[in-house]
Design a binder for this molecule. Structure first.
Ligand SMILES: [Mg+2]
Length: 269
């Protein structure tokens, strides 16, 4: 028998579930209500620096069981690599984990310094980014390595305001190398491929919940599903598409509400 499933809810993390791991009011309860009603809730984050296990543990800590339900831009970036490729990794533990999982080989920065060949440079958010990493990566790209970014978010929301995100690091490497990166995370196609491989029934009725139109709204468009904008992250209350068209970048707001709890209210009505 063909069992019909309820549409899945794809949920961004930063600015939707939490701000720098401080839970946003009602988010855990909203996830539980959606799951109880039969919706699969999967977390789709452009955070590439934390491992999947760490992100699952952080979700559990705010009351959301999530084992097997976290998809990261590190996974999307690694999706663009092949087994056996030699990779210069400029990112955090989550990116290292994803590279190993697809069977690509992380070449150490010391070996690259000593002339080791590199097939691809892959870049994600990392706080130890410095000039030497920028120089090494830019040189490898100039020498012909493919240039992959896990995501191009310019900023990352925190309770005290935005801080530079992975896109800021990527921009430095783009300038340093003179080459445009292939970007993997939301709103790009590699992330959509990974989502479709994990979540089987992503149709037009699926919902992508996010706080940033350019990434989350754009990703809904890439997937061909609905977009629910929440105003609990980088898009402030009161900023409207008719006033700030560049910020909304042509995104369709199927749902526009204050937070994830309100999204659940709309979807479960
Ligand atoms: Mg976000």
């Amino acid at each position: 028998m063909n069992i019909s499933h309820k549409f899945p809810v794809l949920c961004d993390l930063d600015g939707v579930v939490w701000l720098a791991h401080q839970p946003i009011n009602g988010s855990a309860d909203a996830v539980e209500r959606l799951r109880t009603a039969g919706h699969r809730v999967v977390f789709v984050t452009n955070n590439s620096s934390a491992t999947v296990a760490d992100q699952e543990a952080a979700l559990l800590k705010v009351g959301i069981p999530a084992v097997g339900d976290v998809i990261t831009s590190a996974m999307a970036g690694a999706h663009l690599l092949s087994a056996g490729e030699r990779v210069l990794m400029c990112g955090g533990p989550g990116l290292a984990e994803a590279i190993a999982k697809v069977g690509a080989i992380s070449v150490s920065h010391d070996d690259v310094e000593n002339g080791a060949a590199v097939d691809a440079v892959i870049v994600g958010f990392h706080r130890h980014f410095d000039y030497e990493i920028l120089r090494r990566a830019s040189t490898a790209i100039r020498n012909g390595a493919r240039f992959i970014g896990t995501n191009d978010d310019a900023t990352y929301p925190t309770p005290s305001g935005p801080i530079p995100g992975g896109g800021s690091i990527l921009a430095a490497m783009t300038t340093g190398s003179g080459v445009q990166p292939i970007v993997a995370g939301k709103p790009h196609g590699a992330m959509a491929d990974v989502v479709r491989s994990v979540v089987k029934n992503v149709g037009a009725d699926a919902v992508m919940v996010g706080d940033r139109p350019s990434t989350d709204g754009g990703f809904a468009a890439t997937l061909g599903c609905r977009f629910a904008l929440v105003r609990s992250g980088v898009t402030p209350v009161g900023v409207m598409p008719e006033d700030e068209s560049a910020w909304f970048a042509g995104t369709t707001l199927d749902i526009d509400v204050p937070n994830l709890a309100a999204v659940a209210d709309v979807l479960l009505k």
